[in-house]
Write a protein that binds this ligand. Sequence first.
Ligand SMILES: *Cc1c(COP(=O)(O)O)cnc(C)c1O
Length: 402
Amino acid sequence: MSKSPAKAPASFAHYRPETRLVHSGTLRSEFGETAEALYLTQGFVYATAEECEARFKGEDPGFIYSRFSNPTTAMFERRMIELEGAEACRSAATGMAAVTTAILAPLRAGDHVVAAKALFGSCRYVVEDLLPRYGIESTLIDGLDLDQWQKAVRPNTKSFFLESPTNPTLDVLDIPAIAEIAHAHGARLIVDNVFATPIWQSPLALGADVVVYSATKHIDGQGRCLGGVILSSEAFIAEHIHNFMRQTGPSISPFNAWVLLKGLETLAVRVRAQTETAGKVADFLAAHPKVSRLIYPGREDHPQAATVRKQMRAGSTLVGFEVKGGKAGAFRTLNGLRLARISNNLGDAKTLVTHPATTTHQRLSPEARAELGISEGFIRFSAGLEHPDDLIADLDAALAAA
Ligand SMILES: *Cc1c(COP(=O)(O)O)cnc(C)c1O
């Protein structure tokens, strides 16, 4: 074999997640660097024509071209594999590139997809608008109602798609039960696990077949770059994803993969601190007279608290709440905040607040929003790494003025 730097990394899969997040996948170069190297290269050179031929035949495991393989990207993917307990991973330029690839690549015209209608706006666009343009039918249902999953299945149903907790109303869908319905009909379940994070929920262990992430959110968690991840079995990636990504090129930049790889080192620490803060904020908001509704998966009054206990290790870094006074009340609250910033993003070290009705879910009709529980007064709160007492004081002042 050649002297390529593609030597397989040692496995850290038997260690606990915190340890895997720091060590898994590291490929050290001949210089023995401490931090993972950033291989900003488009391609690779070969010692001989024979080596080049072997690489293309797949007989030599080295790298060929950064559209589909790069040492920095490979380190990021290996770390994600060992974190998630998957067999294989491919990373993509954005979360949407990962979601679109995971949904579209295995399908052909005539196939059918069932999805929960409470989806991140762009995911809903892919299922509802994009797929039908290529002859792939889709049905959107209330994901909390197991009967609706069952009844939506057709002979040509190939995939189920859901996110849990949902964006932005933080419903928690029963992943094992939905996986069972999918498998009984020969379909696969794809889960967008962004809101739960790999720290609090492991969909593959719960019966899902494919997990997707927007790594833009908690995995970077510091507002720097976009990225996406698809995790599944070796067979699914080889059969459906590898060639699609290799030939169509929704690839991640090695630079972004390096940022995300370093983001993973602190993921567990950040998510734990942000979740603890979200819990304190939720308790404060639940008792506030200007708050008419509070949703937090870590509280006993969450509508699916039993499902949370069954499939999640803790609540969430996100809190949903409705202020009295509709859109005007929500806008006065947002405009009164000094620390928490108005944004459409989430999972950041900085606390971010979103008004879904006029931003992420603006595309939907008022009826569709009402159906999802996204009222005019609804606010999504993404807890950052600030001191929880400072955030609570910020909310207290904003609500007092609202
Ligand atoms: C942000 C997000 C996406 C899309 O990710 P990008 O990296 O912005 O493309 C998909 N699903 C969920 C649940 C998200 O929050």
